[in-house]
Design a protein around this ligand. Structure first.
Ligand SMILES: [Zn+2]
Length: 172
């Protein structure tokens, strides 16, 4: 049996073109549940946002996310920020309000303000980031140096900030 070829069927072709798709299969639906909007993305970068912890995704590689974007998470009063599901973040209650941001350089935002914070060593340990390991004697000096010279900008090229594709979420 020969199926009709709808790719050249005029009404469908017109519909496709009116949707901005010039070739069949060329368009992708924008799903607000799965993708951050442009506004959300700039907000996360510039002001940061507050969420209860349970709204965030726990990616299987132990990083944190919102929709399809990785995050930096932190509490207003604490001096460290977190990149992974370390023991500190695991100790927080599901309804704990946390700040989240995607800012790659400089201080992390708290709305209009921003503060200098240090990366959490437990997060780097958990991720084994660039061989970070404070539990092995021969790696302590190396790891401390890595922490002092740590750049989120570089981290987010290794752990892509956006979009995070095909990474399962951990079951809580
Ligand atoms: Zn941490």
């Amino acid at each position: 049996m020969k199926l009709p070829d709808f790719t050249e069927f005029e009404p469908f072709k017109q519909l496709r073109l009116s949707m901005g798709a010039h070739k069949a299969g060329h368009f992708e639906l924008f799903n607000k549940e799965k993708h951050l909007t442009g506004k959300e993305r700039s907000e996360l970068d510039l002001q940061g946002k507050q969420f209860p912890l349970h709204r965030l995704k726990r990616y299987a590689d132990t990083t944190w996310g919102l929709k399809n974007t990785r995050l930096v998470i932190y509490l207003a009063e604490a001096k460290n920020y977190h990149l992974a599901q370390c023991s500190t973040t695991q100790s927080w209650q599901a309804n704990q309000t946390v700040w989240v941001s995607t800012r790659r350089t400089g201080n992390l935002p708290l709305g209009e303000n921003s503060t200098a914070r240090q990366v959490c060593p437990d997060c780097l340990q958990l991720l084994g980031y660039k061989g970070f390991d404070l539990q092995k004697n021969r790696k302590i000096a190396y790891s401390k140096n890595l922490m002092n010279t740590f750049l989120r900008e570089e981290f987010f090229t290794i752990y892509t900030l956006y979009p995070v594709l095909g990474l399962a979420e951990k079951q809580e």
